[in-house]
Design a protein around this ligand. Structure first.
Ligand SMILES: [Zn+2]
Length: 267
């Protein structure tokens, strides 16, 4: 691999999911989230981990499969309601009213999301840690992150893949900025070294997803069942333009074709 190893470490703890209202009560502070919004909460001290390539692959693959169309629709409705409330009550009261109003969270979408968040965070921790939680060791402060952050990260990564796929279909040349790295200089007794660092785990995932795409990986919808799936990649060039999410769908299409064939031909 020509790519340099990513110069990045994350903090990984043990996590639980808490509702925003429980979290707010235990912290004695307001959280401007729907009261039933789940947060990932660290319940142990974190250890510093340099994420493996497999852990980052797993994270990107799972986030690509974390589709939340009902959430995005509900969020849009809520934003529109907020604008209405703010006009009639003023901004402050609108915030107060909406943060006591539970949001419609689809059970299926959220159980898939929560499962994926646990699978990912046990290897690479929270997405925004490092950015907001520099005072990590402060007594009594719970380290937590709304799952909305994970939903947004999933959508960002999906958009990077799908924008590229649509440009490919249109056969247009295109360049697009997808993320940021920080240029750091480190001074130690043996001299100065240069490091390119993502500012947090979310940025590290964007960087890793971009490396996967540059390595030939694609993300598209199965022509049989519509499930989005990952294809391509350096070792699987042949599958780069695969049409099916699984062998099951490949066989389903094949069987259907055979059934549709005139029955006179002996098979
Ligand atoms: Zn399929």
């Amino acid at each position: 691999m020509a790519d340099p190893a990513m110069d990045f470490e994350c903090r990984v703890a043990t996590y639980e999911l808490w509702r925003a209202d429980k979290l707010a009560a235990s912290q004695g502070k307001r959280i401007f989230d729907p009261p039933n919004m789940p947060h990932l909460v660290a319940i142990s001290r974190a250890k510093i981990v340099r994420p493996s390539r497999q852990a980052l692959n797993l994270a990107v693959n799972l986030l690509l499969r974390t589709q939340m169309p009902k959430w995005h629709a509900a969020k849009k409705r809520r934003t529109q309601e907020f604008a209405k409330l703010a006009r009639s009550l003023g901004r402050e009261d609108a915030i107060k009213q909406q943060s006591s109003d539970p949001m419609d969270l689809d059970a299926n979408e959220f159980s898939n999301l929560e499962r994926n968040v646990f699978l990912i965070s046990r290897h690479i921790g929270l997405l925004s840690e490092g950015e907001f939680f520099s005072d990590f060791e402060k007594e009594g402060t719970l380290i937590h992150e709304s799952l909305e952050h994970w939903i947004d990260a999933a959508r960002d990564i999906q958009n990077i893949f799908s924008d590229l796929e649509s440009s490919r279909r249109l056969q247009e040349d295109k360049e697009r900025a997808v993320g940021h790295l920080t240029i750091s200089l480190a001074l130690k007794s043996n001299g100065v070294s240069l490091h390119l660092r993502p500012k947090n785990t979310r940025a590290a995932l964007i960087y890793h997803a971009a490396q996967m795409i540059a390595g030939g990986m694609t993300f598209q919808a199965c022509v049989v069942c519509g499930t989005p799936f990952v294809g391509g990649g350096p070792a699987r060039e042949k599958r780069a333009r695969a049409l099916y999410c699984s062998n099951k769908c490949r066989w389903a299409r094949r069987n259907r074709r055979q059934k549709d064939r005139p029955s006179s031909s002996a098979d």
